[in-house]
Ligand binder design. Structure first.
Ligand code: AHN
Ligand code: ZN
Length: 326
């Protein structure tokens, strides 16, 4: 058992005296947490910059292939056992996409496992922009940020002497962001065209009988002044985990970023992991109950100017904290 950090909440003790003080001392909340290594937001930021520098990570392009090779190399360099899932999937417009899920396992022998995931592909169109709507976006936040945070967690696990008591799997899902365009007549509602990589993996996991204790998906976690509300499917499938993670964020002083408020259910990779792989998975995503996705969403404003190290830090530290408490 590793040593614990004890935070004694002194607030309740102030003003106590006489015979009351013993009862109040007992009532004082004593919280004990495992120590957690530091998360370097500059490093996470640099991982996003490197992805953006490859160019838009649109399936069937050289930038997509090169980024995929780079991601497998990074996970391997950080001591993860890497497996890849290559497959073709059809897009809403009939296009055949060559897709690639990238899975890294840390301490593959550990039976209790936590799954961390993000999508690594970016959208081939800027359909919510007013100009250059047929051109692909940088996807610094939508695609880049989740991967950046998880690569930094991988680096920390490799580098730090503090180690979690669980095995960690990191999955970079492909083909999340090629769903049907907005404001174009689109009829075929027979299937979900988003999340093609997680739909494939959830029905065909990389290892027979693979399961995890739970999962955390991160999507659009680098935007300046981002707010992460309790997303609908996360509450439906893994309410206790949502509450635990949000409470941890508040313990860490990041309450402003993690409001104790629900937002609607978002079709994202975690839905298929919950439904088809039967692993309870939550989504940390920027989606407001008041105005929905951020102004930058699926526009050319989703570039490095949007990315704020503070948002990366609050999410990275909260996720690291969570896995170190297991
Ligand atoms: C919907 O727009 C309903 N789902 C896609 C979620 C998403 C897009 N995440 C990132 N880009
Ligand atoms: Zn998107």
């Amino acid at each position: 058992m590793k040593s614990k950090i004890v935070i004694l909440c002194l607030g309740l003790l102030y003003g106590s005296c006489g015979e009351q003080s013993i009862r109040e001392e007992q009532a004082a909340e004593e919280k004990s947490f495992n120590p957690v290594p530091g998360f370097n937001a500059d490093s996470a930021y640099a991982f996003i910059q490197q992805q953006v520098d490859f160019g838009p990570r649109v399936p069937n392009t050289p930038a997509h292939r090169e980024t995929g090779d780079w991601l497998t190399g990074k996970l391997a360099a950080y001591g993860f056992s890497v497996s890849e899932q290559e497959f073709t999937a059809r897009a809403y417009d009939g296009k055949e996409l060559q897709l690639r899920n990238i899975i890294g396992s840390y301490r593959p022998e550990a039976s209790k496992r936590i799954l961390l995931a993000a999508h690594w592909d970016t959208r081939r169109i800027a359909d919510k922009d007013s100009e250059r709507i047929d051109e692909p976006i940088d996807g610094a936040n939508d695609g880049g940020s989740g991967v950046g945070v998880l690569l930094e967690i991988a680096r920390v696990l490799h580098t730090d002497t503090l180690q979690p008591d669980v095995g960690i799997d990191i999955i970079f899902f492909d083909g999340e962001d090629d769903g049907e365009p907005e404001h174009r007549n689109f009829r075929d509602g027979s299937q979900v065209w988003w999340c093609l990589g997680s739909q494939h993996w959830s029905k065909n996991p990389h290892a027979r009988g693979y399961t995890a204790f739970y999962g955390i998906l991160v999507d659009m976690v680098g935007g300046k002044n981002a707010r992460f509300y309790k997303e609908g499917y996360s509450i439906q499938y893994a309410k206790n985990l949502v509450d635990r993670v949000w409470n941890y964020a508040h313990e860490l002083g990041y309450g402003d970023f993690f409001p104790m408020r629900k937002t609607e259910a978002i079709t994202d990779d975690h839905l298929f992991v919950n439904q088809d792989a039967n692993i309870p998975m939550i989504n940390i995503i920027e989606f407001s109950p008041d105005y929905g996705f951020g102004h930058y969403h699926h526009t050319h404003q989703d570039n490095m100017d949007l990315i704020d190290r503070k948002s990366l830090e609050v999410v990275g530290e909260t996720v690291l904290f969570t896995i170190f408490q297991e």
